[in-house]
Design a protein around this ligand. Structure first.
Ligand SMILES: *[C@@H]1O[C@H](CO)[C@@H](O)[C@H](O)[C@H]1NC(C)=O
Ligand SMILES: *[C@@H]1O[C@H](CO)[C@@H](O)[C@H](O)[C@H]1NC(C)=O
Ligand SMILES: *[C@@H]1O[C@H](CO)[C@@H](O)[C@H](O)[C@H]1NC(C)=O
Ligand SMILES: *[C@@H]1O[C@H](CO)[C@@H](O)[C@H](O)[C@H]1NC(C)=O
Ligand SMILES: *[C@@H]1O[C@H](CO)[C@@H](O)[C@H](O)[C@H]1NC(C)=O
Ligand SMILES: *[C@@H]1O[C@H](CO)[C@@H](O)[C@H](O)[C@H]1NC(C)=O
Ligand SMILES: *[C@@H]1O[C@H](CO)[C@@H](O)[C@H](O)[C@H]1NC(C)=O
Length: 225
């Protein structure tokens, strides 16, 4: 259905200004844009509607370089001890998002057979023996050769943490995601004084300039309406 353009203009959810390509879902309103960027405002938290258990909170968006910081509320943010450890990337699933290489890796080992702490790791405070340490650039653990083979490895992207701070606060700070669609026309549109919106079919791009709609930027030869 054709989205109601006025109702889709920038909105606020908690501390977050929700702007293109993100959009806020509202009861009884036709969708404004791409489902991947659909947000559900839970009073104060903007949650990605199409993420695992709707638990990914968007806390900061950088439209200028197509990236945002999200907190995974499915992680054990209070005590750092989940019922089981898993790789966070599993929860993102399909969609236009990739976990940025600007993140570091929080490496967690559990279910190890040997009692001793694996070298370089610190013990978590959890009931069942598990160990953590801060790794390198996100994705780099595949080159690690020194992981104890018996242990189960889980990888969580974090922005990093100081030695001694522990890993729990770093999970609450979130991690950086980058998007690859839907359009890189937005900076051009904003520079020309326009507002970025989805096109009328709800997927493409359009630039709104005081009443007129253009495909890329204000003042183009071709108008959309
Ligand atoms: C959100 O938008 C309002 C109004 O446009 C602006 O005053 C405020 O600085 C913005 N906040 C952030 C965090 O960008
Ligand atoms: C909704 O927000 C409240 C606090 O504002 C929080 O306690 C609750 O867990 C949130 N619900 C979800 C599903 O995140
Ligand atoms: C985008 O810019 C923000 C603010 O400067 C920065 O923190 C973030 O790391 C940048 N994202 C990427 C993918 O470079
Ligand atoms: C801890 O280990 C016990 C026995 O191996 C298992 O039954 C239990 O589910 C584990 N609990 C957690 C939180 O991993
Ligand atoms: C997490 O991913 C790594 C490879 O990236 C894999 O070796 C490991 O078994 C995965 N762990 C879990 C708990 O799925
Ligand atoms: C933990 O290790 C035992 C054997 O040492 C294995 O049977 C079990 O499946 C492992 N559990 C997980 C969650 O990997
Ligand atoms: C690991 O434990 C040691 C000794 O308690 C401490 O000095 C170090 O800062 C800890 N590292 C991390 C990443 O917490």
């Amino acid at each position: 259905p054709e989205p109601a353009a006025a109702a889709c203009s920038p909105k606020k959810c908690g501390e977050l200004n929700v702007t293109y390509p993100f959009w806020l879902e509202e009861k009884g309103q036709t969708p404004c844009g791409s489902p991947s960027f659909q947000l559900n405002c839970n009073g104060s938290q903007a949650l990605l509607s199409r993420s695992m258990f709707g638990g990914y909170q968007v806390v900061q968006v950088f439209p200028e370089n197509s990236s945002f910081i999200a907190v995974d509320n499915n992680l054990p943010l209070d005590d750092g001890c989940p019922p089981w450890w898993f790789n966070i990337s599993v929860g993102i699933g399909l969609g236009p998002f990739v976990i940025s290489k600007k993140n570091r890796e929080l490496l967690v080992l559990d279910n190890c057979t040997k009692e001793a702490t694996p070298p370089g790791f610190n013990r978590t405070g959890c009931a069942n023996e598990s160990f953590y340490r801060l790794g390198g650039e996100y994705g780099s653990h595949r080159e690690l050769a020194d992981l104890p083979p018996a242990c189960c490895l889980s990888v969580v992207p974090v922005l990093g943490f100081q030695d001694g701070d522990g890993y729990i606060p770093s999970m609450s700070q979130g991690f950086l995601l980058e998007w690859t669609v839907p359009s890189d026309d937005c900076p051009k549109c904003e520079a020309s004084g326009g507002q970025c919106r989805y096109a009328n079919d709800g997927t493409g791009f359009s630039c709104h300039c005081s009443g007129d709609v253009y495909p890329e930027k204000c003042g183009e030869l071709t108008k959309i309406n």
